[in-house]
Design a protein around this ligand. Structure first.
Ligand code: ZN
Length: 493
């Protein structure tokens, strides 16, 4: 018996605008695709929040016993400035400005992305495919859409024919727009474009002579349109029809709308059952933007090196802060918010540290199975992490009451309680008990202090050979001793 047989998830489906019972296509298996980053700059904190929401979803589905194939791509070509069909490729532009190869840009920021996600204790996705690794698949999809008569070629570029598609299908079904409004609200083509209508979007773009990132195709040397890669990679790894597609709210239109259109055009069926969108992260009540200075990089949170925060925060504190908001709510990133979360986080960890020492009793004064189910209920209700966290603090209260002798649990209840606390705090929310790491640091300090004392005695005995040996060998393992007026201190690197 797996947990998913007793725990029914309800999730908010952007497509229907309602919370729906989650039922995977194949029982016990979940296919989930999340649009990954365009790797042309350091990962934005707002994107980290989006990916963290789906990391939590991934973790919870796994906890319930589902076999999850989670695909999160890397966009390393085809994403033009302003998300439009004209303008420079974001990666190529960065490469030109820094005078390096586009693939050096891709490498640098893919590594940065992974480093940041590792610090936040993300689970790696099951597959992390790249757009440039799937050019052939993208060309095949374009051929199919052309054969179906829903795309046209002009001067070596291929465009999706939105108006023709809309005669039999519904373009705008996800973002609740209709094509008539889109026509009214889109400015006229300036004569530079090859498109029949401004609503059409590129499937393939012929490369200008100076464009470095180019591949041969039946139509021209060029590159795929941005929306196409996700259709190609999700189809390849999850099939024409899969369970969950996620991404940031900003991708709903046009990116995800175009993915639906491409999938429908190829297979006459909607590619995805459940569309999930994570809301924005703002800072101090305003949009985060480098240009206005209202901006912070994830690494600056860990170092404290940013004027908008007063101190450094552990990655788990920042993670806890973000999960204290529901993924569909706007989250306002503020120093006061972080300070409050830090207090809460350490209160939770302190309680967990004493949980292991709690003693069982003859009887239970707390109904643990009710409390445990309320933790599941929170997550089953569209992954409501703030309500879950409120339940975990209820657990903190139990720990303190049991410790003070004001409440009791039988051996079985105590075991169930500990298992549930650990599962939700560490496996599902993905927090790391940094206070335990500090305990290790305390042990290290104790050992080094002892060596400093021995070294002082050696010096007092004029045994300079031993004193130097202690200093040099500590330096070799990365511990530097500094002799000062106040005595000897040490630092590590
Ligand atoms: Zn995508």
């Amino acid at each position: 018996m797996q947990l998913f047989q007793t725990q029914q998830i309800k999730l908010y489906n952007t497509l229907s605008g309602q919370k729906e019972n989650f039922k995977p296509i194949n029982e016990g298996h979940v296919g989930m695709y999340v649009c990954g980053p365009t790797v042309y700059s350091n990962v934005h904190l707002g994107n980290v929040r989006t990916f963290m929401s789906f990391d939590m979803v991934f973790r919870y589905l796994k906890h319930l016993g589902y076999k999850v194939r989670f695909v999160r791509n890397i966009t390393d070509a085809g994403h033009l400035e302003n998300d439009a069909d004209a303008g420079e490729d974001r990666i190529a532009k960065k490469a030109r400005l820094e005078e390096i190869e586009p693939m050096e840009v891709v490498q640098r920021y893919t590594v940065d992305f992974h480093n940041i996600l590792n610090k936040f204790n993300f689970l790696p996705p099951s597959i992390e495919p790249t757009a440039t690794g799937h050019i052939i698949e993208q060309i095949e999809i374009i051929k199919t859409i052309l054969e179906k008569g829903l795309a046209y070629e002009v001067n070596g570029s291929v465009y999706f024919d939105v108006l023709k598609y809309n005669q039999t299908k519904q373009y705008g079904i996800l973002s609740k727009r209709n094509v008539e409004d889109l026509i009214h609200n889109t400015r006229e083509l300036d004569g530079q474009s090859d498109k029949k209508n401004p609503q059409d979007f590129a499937l393939w773009k012929k490369a200008e002579p100076q464009h470095i990132m180019r591949w041969p195709s039946p139509w021209s040397d060029g590159f795929p349109g941005w929306h196409l890669e996700c259709t190609a990679m999700s189809t390849k790894y999850l099939g024409e029809h899969f369970d969950i597609h996620g991404g940031g709210m900003d991708l709903k239109f046009p990116h995800h709308e175009c993915e639906i259109a491409q999938g429908e055009a190829c297979n006459d069926a909607s590619p995805v059952n459940y569309w999930m969108h994570a809301n924005m992260l703002i800072m101090n009540g305003k949009k985060m933007a480098k240009s206005t200075g209202n901006y912070i990089l994830p690494n600056e949170i860990f170092s404290g090196d940013n004027p908008h925060i007063t101190k450094a925060y552990a990655p788990s504190v920042a993670r806890f802060f973000m999960l204290q908001a529901h993924y569909r709510s706007i989250l306002d990133f503020t120093n006061n918010g972080l300070l409050a979360s830090e207090k809460g986080f350490y209160r939770l960890m302190d309680a967990i540290n004493i949980m292991d020492e709690l003693k069982a009793s003859e009887s239970s004064s707390i109904n643990i199975s009710d409390w445990k189910q309320s933790c599941y209920d929170a997550m089953n209700d569209d992954f409501n992490s703030p309500i879950l966290i409120a339940n975990l603090f209820e657990g903190v209260k139990f720990i303190n009451q049991i410790k003070e002798g004001q409440a009791s649990l039988t051996q079985d209840d105590l075991e169930a309680f500990k298992t549930t606390m650990n599962a939700f705090v560490f496996d599902i929310l993905g927090l790391v008990n940094v206070t335990k790491v500090e305990t290790d640091t305390d042990k290290l300090s104790g050992a080094v202090e002892l060596l400093i004392k021995i070294r002082q005695e050696a010096r007092a005995n004029k045994d300079f050979a031993l004193s130097d040996k202690i200093r040099d060998e500590l330096a070799e393992v990365g511990i530097q001793l500094q002799d000062g007026k106040e005595g000897t201190t040490f630092s590590t690197n």
